[in-house]
Write a protein that binds this ligand. Sequence first.
Ligand code: IPM
Ligand code: MG
Length: 362
Amino acid sequence: MTKTILLLPGDGIGPEVIAQAEKILNALRATGKLDVRLEYAPIGGCAVDAHGTPLPEETLALAREADAVLLGAIGGPKWDKLERHLRPERGLLGIRSELGVFANLRPAVLHPHLAEASTLKPDVVSGLDLMIVRELTGGIYFGMPRGIRTTEQGEREGFNTMVYRESEIARICRVAFDIARRRNRRVCSVDKANVLEVSGLWREVAENVAGEYPDVALSHLYVDNAAMQLVLTPKQFDVIVTSNMFGDILSDLAAMLTGSIGMLPSASLDESGKGLYEPIHGSAPDLAGKNIANPLATILSTAMMLRYSLEEAKLAEHIEAAVNRVLAQGLRTVDIATSNDRTVGTNEMGDAVTAALSLTIT
Ligand code: IPM
Ligand code: MG
């Protein structure tokens, strides 16, 4: 049966990198090995411009009906001055929340050919393969109450609430433990339990869930120490599980271990495995329209989509192999290039991966 993929190009470099994912999907369709229909909808700033809202009802309806959703990026200076409810970020947070995609998987893998691209010494990062499991639909991003109020003294104060229910902590921990079972059976839970009550509960629940997984080792780190350990000895980690905001911060950090944030894909899954897929980089307005952005994070997100939501693990492997092949050939976008490398643009990189894929698959 034909499955539907909803493409949400969004803003900035989003449309350029999604165009490369489309080439990959179309190449797979052409072989007859993938039976999908592609649909398109606006989200973020472009949706504000066209429809007056960052998450139009129609986009949400299409996303609910689709078998999987692939998103480029949202946001840019053009929309930064808008009221908060109209900001592009609201579109992204809204679709994550409405689709209930609470489990955000952010793998940080160093491609063998890119050890030189990291700012860390090659021996610290070579062979790096860790998975950050970030809670995505709760915590301080969504907690109530929130706002800006005026005190009795007439001064304004801003406030947000970091809140987690036991069930929310337990379900994200189970995702992390299940993933660890398919890897090296180690989970590190990251919190700030020395200061925050919500983290104290997080730690307690993580311990309880660990009881269901006697074959997986659980450890805990405070988030400040985790940030330090990630730079010091990143290969000590297998799976990291953490809350929404800590995961946001640590995943950018982990991205740089691999050389460029332009390399890292992500999957956000709901209870049934349906997903929203996005590169973890943002809309990079300064790079937009210049054909220089790295499309590999989006192409690798496409692979994750095939694996996790479309039951096409073999095709996912083919895409990943094609990416490895073009990297081995020495193709580099500017973000992953060292001084001697010849660089290629977004389109050329997309074409090269598509060509490498077509070679292996037919
Ligand atoms: C991310 C981004 C988003 C987040 C922003 C754009 C709202 O930084 O996906 O990591 O904070 O979740
Ligand atoms: Mg982020």
